[in-house]
Design a protein around this ligand. Structure first.
Ligand code: AHG
Ligand code: MN
Ligand code: MN
Length: 348
């Protein structure tokens, strides 16, 4: 009797398909999955294991709380933000696979030093997303986006990062939740791996994740209603007052960590919104960063059959003009995002 998808997933988890094996198996279909790319992902995985280790013992190791610094975005830096940022920079600049990096926590491009081997990829990352949740032991994550460096361009130049989202070679996130997971796409579907602490490896647990056409969850910080324009309020009111495809009301879920809210909606079906608002620090584009938050998650969501928009256009069609550019974000099930866009554009 043929196995169901769930039986196959359980089997591959028990018998253990690692990410390297998974990439090797799909190398023919997935040109991005070259040996170099596989090594790049392996290095990211080691960084994430180190971060996961620190996250897991955070309450014990004087690593909770603030460093006392404020980052380039004007936000308070928590100690784990700093650890995650240092772990990624330290490991990835020694990988020999990158030529430069951009972190949410660093004002400028981080060029791989000349005395270290350089590669042909550039990496953007949010070392710790949702870090205001750390002290409460809620889920947080690391988001990454990989581009090929521009041919014949110098390593440190900004243009390597000021790109369209659709040019990404791969994107993904590590989620430090009740278990640690890696979810990634290299342009051929979205795949999830769960860290098995007893084996020390990420094993395939969610093959080919797909989103339903319409979801059942809406996620937004409604405390900002007074700062939204009329159309944004109308979008949120739509999800509050409509029935989902099962004829039931949508349900509201908001963790306050984009990566965790996104992951839940990816698996259950839903829409996450962080619209533009009129607070000084967020004007005119909201809070979330294009390069290290919106674009990588947009690549993933599209590969899972969903959509991502800034309210006017597809996130992947936006060409970055600044390293720390912010964008409004509506991301999730396709028809929910299309509905939000139609309302934002005054079409309904
Ligand atoms: P970061 O921790 O990387 O600064 O990102 C925080 C972001 C995102 O994770 C989350 O969805 C959003 O901030 C929550 O913001 P509000 O508290 O304004 O809702
Ligand atoms: Mn973030
Ligand atoms: Mn962050």
């Amino acid at each position: 009797m043929p196995l169901t998808d769930i039986q196959r997933a359980n089997q591959s988890y028990r018998l253990g398909t690692t990410i390297t094996e998974h990439l090797l198996l799909c190398e023919d279909e997935c040109p991005a999955a070259s040996g170099q790319f596989t090594r790049l992902l392996s290095e990211l995985i080691i960084s994430a294991k180190l971060i996961s280790r620190e996250v897991n013992k955070a309450g014990l190791a004087d690593i909770l709380g603030m460093t006392g610094d404020v980052n380039v975005q004007g936000e308070k830096v928590v100690k784990l933000d700093e650890f995650a940022n240092q772990a990624l920079i330290y490991r990835m600049e020694r990988s020999g696979l990158l030529c430069a990096m951009a972190s949410e926590e660093n004002a400028d491009v981080i060029e791989v030093p000349e005395n270290m081997p350089r590669g042909s990829y550039v990496l953007s990352f949010d070392p710790l997303d949702g870090s205001s949740n750390v002290d409460a032991n809620a889920s947080i994550g690391t988001i990454f986006s990989i581009h090929r460096k521009i041919e014949d361009a110098g390593c440190g130049i900004l243009d390597n990062f000021l790109r369209y989202g659709y040019e990404q070679v791969a994107a993904g996130y590590f989620l430090y939740g009740s278990s640690t997971m890696l979810v990634y796409t290299a342009g051929k579907g979205v795949h999830g791996f769960t860290l098995d602490p007893s084996v020390g490896e990420f094993l395939l647990s969610h093959q080919n994740i797909t989103m339903p056409e319409r979801g059942r969850i809406y996620s937004v910080n409604e405390a900002y209603t007074d700062y939204w324009d009329e159309r944004t309020r109308a979008v949120v009111n739509y999800f509050k007052s409509s029935k989902n495809e099962r004829g039931k009301p949508y349900t509201a879920r908001y963790i306050g960590a984009l990566v965790a809210d996104f992951h839940r909606n990816l698996l259950y079906g839903g829409i996450y919104m962080y619209p533009a608002d009129s607070r000084d620090s967020h004007k005119p584009h909201g809070k979330l960063r294009l390069l290290c938050e919106a674009a990588p998650l947009a690549f993933i969501v599209e590969q899972a059959g969903g959509a991502a928009s800034d309210g006017r256009q597809r996130i992947l069609d936006i060409k970055a003009t600044e390293l720390h550019q912010r964008v409004p974000l509506f991301i999730g099930c396709k028809s929910d995002v299309e509905k939000a866009m139609a309302i934002m554009q005054g079409k309904v």
